[in-house]
Design a protein around this ligand. Structure first.
Ligand code: ADP
Ligand code: MG
Length: 390
């Protein structure tokens, strides 16, 4: 192990009194912007009756069954199997409200299918650690290129199961991407983690024109056009635009168009777009698929696929303008089929039927207008997500 990592582990164990009696830190398994995650052994596992275990039948974590009786009827003692947990140390630079938000939402989501539950959390001065069941998983980069269409459907079924439960609580995850969905290709199960950017739908939100009925929206667009035209004796005063302070939290390349256009009334549909980007990544065998440095570049990447015409309509939906002179952005863009064939060196060929079904589903997830985009509940009923179900 890296001596700095060992030093950090030592520090962590020292700052929480009693930590060493409860957990044995094993190694660092993740390091992000807001936290460091360690694998640890739960030393008191045998004393708990609320240690969590994956319930194979219904995909959620549940307490292990109680042992029957003691003494005479007790099972012959078996060697205790070590129980692992993930210890997530949240950086002190995260604001207290941010830390509280993550723990609070996780608490709301306890018992949700395919969502990694919170076992407990500790605070010591300004330090907070969250204890989660350890979920064995593989690195996305090591398996996504080898997935069959059925593998993709099973992976996405697990992800959409998690999204359906999160969304039914009116919670937006806001950071759906492969490193936040821990998947084990051997068991074909996954759990959603990292609610550090999650928020409740409707929190800190102002009306956006995209939520208005079509007729009202058209009228507003007309007014805006007038306002945007130069007036005699000065520059246009553009008062009709909604305030452009909007939550843009998330990861580059996975942000939905309405996030890029700073929609002030974002919904759970932003997670569906990000899940679509994961599917596009798998189908095209390119990770990361989108590789923009900022929001403007991200818009250009999306516009290259969808064409400037549809991108303009999308911008207008949120009261924005999208103008470009970049020659690679055509009026009507490219089809997903063409992009996938091209990126997998099959240009000129046709997509097999099962991949076509995956692309149909992809189109429903990467729908530019969030109100037309498929919901997680609907997605679970889509023909593509029935693949691999017996
Ligand atoms: P961050 O906010 O720093 O991104 P995450 O909650 O996403 O924190 O965790 C970072 C990484 O740690 C994950 O990508 C994963 O590799 C690992 N990790 C997190 N939770 C678990 C868990 N319950 N079991 C196993 N590994 C985990
Ligand atoms: Mg993360």
């Amino acid at each position: 192990e890296d001596p700095y990592v060992l030093q950090d582990m030592e520090k962590l164990q020292n700052s929480f009194p009693g930590f060493r009696e409860k957990y044995r830190l094993i190694k660092r398994i993740g390091e992000g912007t807001f936290s460091t995650v360690y694998k640890a052994e739960d030393l008191l596992y045998d004393d708990y009756d609320n240690s969590w275990d994956l319930d194979r039948d219904n995909d959620r974590y549940a307490p292990p069954p109680l042992r029957s009786g003691d003494g005479a009827e007790a099972q012959p003692s078996r060697r205790r199997k070590p129980k692992y947990v993930a210890v997530k140390k949240i950086y002190v630079t995260s604001s207290p409200s941010r830390i509280f938000n993550e723990l609070d939402l996780l608490h709301d989501l306890r018992g949700c299918k395919a969502v990694c539950p919170l076992i407990t959390a500790f605070r010591s001065a300004d330090q907070v650690i969250a204890i989660l069941p350890y979920f064995r998983h593989a690195d996305f980069r090591d398996y996504f290129r080898d997935m069959t269409v059925t593998d993709m459907a099973i992976y996405l079924r697990s992800l959409f199961t998690a999204l359906a439960s999160v969304h039914s609580h009116n919670i937006i995850h806001r950071d759906i991407k492969p490193t936040n969905f821990l998947y084990n290709p051997a068991t074909r199960r996954g759990v959603l983690v990292d609610f550090g950017l999650a928020e409740r739908e409707g929190y800190d939100c102002k009306p956006c024109v995209c939520h208005e009925p079509m007729a009202r929206r058209m009228k507003r667009a007309a007014v805006k056009k007038l306002a945007a035209m130069p007036r005699k004796g000065g520059y246009p005063r553009d008062d009709t635009r909604p305030s452009r302070r909007a939550n843009r939290a998330g990861t580059r390349g996975f942000r939905a168009p309405e996030v890029l256009f700073k929609c002030t009334e974002q919904t759970t549909k932003i997670d569906i777009w990000s899940a679509g980007v994961i599917l596009l990544t798998i189908l095209s065998k390119r990770f990361p698929f989108f590789n923009s440095a900022d929001d403007v570049e991200a818009m250009i990447e999306i516009a290259t696929i969808f064409g400037w015409h549809r991108m303009q309509q999308t911008a207008a939906l949120h009261g924005c303008m999208f103008e470009t002179t970049i020659p690679t952005i055509g009026k009507s863009g490219f089809s997903f089929e063409a992009i996938i064939l091209w990126s997998t060196n099959r240009s000129g060929k046709e997509l097999p039927e099962d991949e076509q079904l995956a692309v149909e589903f992809l189109k429903r997830c990467m729908e530019l207008d969030p109100s037309k985009r498929i919901s997680a509940e609907e997605a679970l009923r889509h023909e593509f997500l029935q693949l691999g179900l017996e």
